[in-house]
Design a protein around this ligand. Structure first.
Ligand SMILES: O=C(O)CCC(=O)C(=O)O
Ligand SMILES: [Fe+2]
Length: 305
């Protein structure tokens, strides 16, 4: 029985077995997923051609990240207000147990097509920019409010350089809801191009037991600190980071009273490791796909269809 159920689990989610492995194993899985999911692949590429790109922005593959001033790619004041109010309401349930970074998923039950979070997350300019960067229409998987505060002890977990494991490429979109200066533990990133140099230098692996977290000195011996970029700005600033292709850390908050509040949106490709390979995925926001007058690329971001 045990063998049968684990074989079933493996068949259903082979990507989950690979996502914490080597760079090579992950790349091999991704190539297979793109072939097996050829229908989705064709559809998501076709969705790119219908995109309105009059207000396009570009994230270069060699960079893998960019920051934008208040209201430059999409209006943010509603998201900043909603996330700040939700945070202050004290009703949010935290996930995980990190002390330096407290993450609160925005409750899906409370979301509707016209909520500030969804209007921002599915903004046509934002979505098409992410789609162009991926080369495929994106899927929205996560909306949350994150608070960082100073924590005692030496740096650990997200305070140390790492690459995220969920996909071969992904985009986290951070909307700053408070001022982010050097004191507030800014997200600090290395370009995708320099990140490859680091990965080769440290023989990076996504396995937690191996070299998943990399210390500053090892990173600095491959890429000097002058090429580490701390992403700072006033509330309403938007930072887009491919947290898989770019080494990053954050939440090194100095000053007991400083804290950093951000709304966070995560987009992956249809080939992410967490999705079943041979079956349809059930997606967190798919229930919202039938509730609004969404365009094809917006509906795809919610439902994968
Ligand atoms: O700000 C931080 O603590 C880093 C967050 C992080 O690792 C991420 O967004 O993937
Ligand atoms: Fe991360």
């Amino acid at each position: 029985m045990l063998i049968l159920s684990s074989t079933k689990a493996w068949l259903h989610h082979p990507g989950k077995r690979v996502m914490r492995r080597s760079v090579e194993a992950r790349a091999a899985y991704n190539r297979i997923a793109r072939i097996v999911k050829w229908r989705t692949s064709a559809k998501s590429r076709q969705l790119l051609t219908g995109v309105d790109d009059r207000q396009r922005f570009e994230i270069k593959q060699d960079d893998g990240y960019a920051t934008f001033g208040v209201d430059t790619i999409a209006p943010t004041s509603d998201v900043v207000a909603a996330a700040s109010a939700l945070f202050r309401s004290g009703t949010l349930q935290r996930e995980g147990s990190k002390t330096q970074l407290i993450t609160y998923p925005v409750p899906i039950e409370g979301l509707s097509a016209d909520s500030a979070y969804l209007r921002f997350a599915l903004d046509p300019v934002l979505l098409s920019g992410v789609a162009r960067y991926f080369g495929t229409a994106p899927i929205l998987t996560y909306i949350a409010v994150w608070e960082s505060r100073s924590a005692a002890g030496s740096f650990n977990s997200s305070q140390l350089f790492h690459c995220d494991f969920e996909d071969q490429t992904q985009m986290k979109v951070f909307v700053f809801c408070s001022d982010v200066t050097m004191d507030h533990g800014p997200l600090t990133v290395v370009s995708a191009r320099d990140s490859r140099t680091i990965a080769d230098h440290v023989r990076y692996s996504f396995n937690k037991a191996s070299s998943y977290r990399v210390n500053d000195d090892d990173v600095a011996s491959a890429i000097p600190r002058t090429r580490w970029h701390a992403l700072m700005g006033p509330p309403g600033t938007v930072a887009l980071v491919d947290t898989t292709r770019c080494f990053h850390f954050g939440s090194r908050v100095t000053g007991a009273d400083s804290s950093r509040l951000m709304a966070v949106f995560q987009y992956v490709t249809p080939f992410a490791f967490e999705f079943p390979l041979f079956f349809d995925s059930s997606l967190p926001f798919e229930g919202l796909a039938s509730t609004g007058a969404w365009s094809p690329i917006q509906r795809f971001a919610l439902s994968g269809k």
